[in-house]
Design a protein around this ligand. Structure first.
Ligand code: GRF
Length: 223
């Protein structure tokens, strides 16, 4: 019997540029991630992420939150479309909507997000500036399972990015993004290979020796 896992189906939710989406597309195509992006949804019709998906013949859909009376109705529409596609994993990649508890519970354990800070420090928005203003020497990026809170779910992968004296929010965001493009594909790969399990709030990674924990700081297992 082969140990090769069968490829998973992934939905990616975006609101903007979609550079993380692009790395996920690229790493599915390269075979690094045993998966296939089956659907890209945006709440904004002009999100460049939609163009990136179309360039790779990936089905796209716009579900505009302003067309719905409230958060619950929007999330129900989103949930329905994702369910119809029958995906194994939902990746939030710069999706600028806070999701309702009902949505999060429905997809619990298969809904993940990337955040441009070293959680649990600096959840929320504008976090590159917040890290600079707080005077921390290091920030970074975090991929985590989504729970009912904002940026509070169990952590899968992280990368550290030193803050330089002359950094502003933009320069720091650029360097953090370079690390995001490594740790997001790594997290999705580990999920697809069924190597992640939850122990309380800790995410355990199967066959990931302690000596390789370094890979989560300077991801050498990542592309
Ligand atoms: C990234 O910094 C991500 O961490 C945050 O939103 C940004 C999205 O960038 N959640 P992109 O659209 O993937 O380029």
């Amino acid at each position: 019997m082969s140990n090769t896992p069968s490829p998973i189906k992934i939905a990616v939710l975006v609101s903007g540029s979609g550079s993380n989406l692009q790395t996920l597309i690229d790493q599915c195509q390269s075979g690094y991630i045993p998966g296939q992006i089956a659907l890209v949804i945006s709440n904004k019709a002009d999100a460049y992420g939609l163009t990136r998906a179309k360039n790779h013949q990936i089905p796209t859909m716009v579900i505009d939150h302003t067309d719905f009376p409230n958060r619950e109705a929007f999330d129900r529409a989103l949930q329905e479309k994702i369910d119809q596609t029958q995906v194994d994993l939902i990746c939030l990649a710069g999706f600028m909507r806070i999701l309702t508890e009902g949505f999060v519970r429905h997809f619990k354990g298969r809904l993940i997000n990337i955040h441009p800070a070293l959680l649990p420090a600096f959840p929320g928005l504008g976090v590159q500036q917040k890290a600079i203003d707080a005077g921390v020497r290091f920030s970074g990026a975090t991929v985590h399972f989504v729970d009912e809170g904002v940026d509070t779910g169990p952590i899968i992968t992280q990368a550290v990015v030193p803050i330089q004296d002359d950094d502003d929010a933009k320069t720091l965001a650029t360097r953090i993004l370079q690390q995001e493009h490594k740790i997001y594909p790594l997290a999705v790969k580990l999920f697809a290979e069924k190597r992640l399990s939850l122990e309380g709030r800790r995410v355990r990674i199967k066959d990931f020796p302690n000596t390789e924990n370094q890979a989560l700081i300077s991801p050498n297992e990542a592309p």
